[in-house]
Design a protein around this ligand. Structure first.
Ligand SMILES: Nc1ncnc2c1ncn2[C@@H]1O[C@H](COP(=O)(O)OP(=O)(O)OP(=O)(O)O)[C@@H](O)[C@H]1O
Length: 234
């Protein structure tokens, strides 16, 4: 569903991505690990067509992001580290606004509440101003927007950073549910525990290269940590 084929991204003299290929299938939760500056966000931004590759191709559902930017964007939902919503509007009003933008039709209030509930937002908070929400609650509105859009692929940039352990766990469960519905998920994270616990696949990046891919079921927490640190040392 999400495919990078020998992707290179150069920012002037800086090579942010060097010959990166990966494939995220429907139902996968692919966690990208790597030190600061390894190139994780750059890869996400390429799939979003925020930036263009220097070489290589990015495909979403076999469609080229560069050749079909609108069609490919329609298949995606994106949850950045800080979900940007209108603080003066309530959760349900934000969802109504962004869902209409994404799907071109207004959803009835009952459907909006259903989506917020499916995304784990307590219903009594739906009419509160988003300016009063925690980070975890804003992310749930982000997930509800993705659900409204019926996105086939979900891109996330460090979604659990700054969440307390129980909010992070709850968020991970939402990702697992989405993946069970056949969504392909690509997420960056610095949290090895989260990657092992939630991910089906793990990619380790170092200095613009994807240095290892593994199935999370094949490693223990301790092995993953040892492997990661080994790559960071190399
Ligand atoms: N717009 C840009 N212009 C110049 N250099 C950039 C730009 N965006 C990223 N870079 C550089 O590309 C490299 C990869 O950055 P990227 O943000 O993808 O790393 P990351 O793995 O997401 O890091 P972090 O874990 O800190 O978020 C870094 O050296 C960064 O400085």
């Amino acid at each position: 569903m999400l495919e990078a084929i020998t992707v290179k991204k150069q920012f002037g003299a800086k090579c942010a991505l060097d010959d990166v290929s990966l494939n995220v299938q429907p139902g996968d939760i692919y966690c990208l690990l790597g030190a600061n500056g390894a190139g994780k966000t750059t890869l996400i931004n390429l799939f979003l067509n925020f930036i263009q590759p220097t070489a290589g191709r990015l495909l979403i559902n076999k469609r080229d992001v560069a050749a079909e930017p609108f069609e490919t964007k329609r298949l995606l939902a994106y949850i950045p580290e800080q979900v940007n919503l209108y603080p003066q509007l309530s959760g349900v009003e934000n969802l109504a606004f962004f869902a209409t933008l994404a799907i071109g039709e207004e959803l009835p209030r009952e459907r909006l509440l259903e989506l917020l509930q499916a995304a784990g937002l307590p219903l009594q908070a739906a009419d509160d101003r988003v300016g009063t929400y925690s980070k975890g609650m804003r992310q749930k509105v982000g997930i509800a927007i993705a659900l409204a859009k019926n996105a086939k692929a979900l891109l996330l940039d460090e979604p659990t950073s700054g969440l307390d352990p129980s909010a992070a766990n709850e968020f991970s469960e939402l990702l697992v549910n989405a993946s069970r519905n056949g969504v392909a998920i690509l997420t960056t994270t610095h949290d090895l525990f989260h990657a092992k616990q939630t991910g089906t696949r793990i990619g380790i990046m170092r200095r613009g290269k994807l240095v290892q891919e593994l199935n999370s079921a094949d490693v223990s927490h301790a092995d993953l940590q040892a492997l990661y640190l080994e790559h960071m040392k190399a």
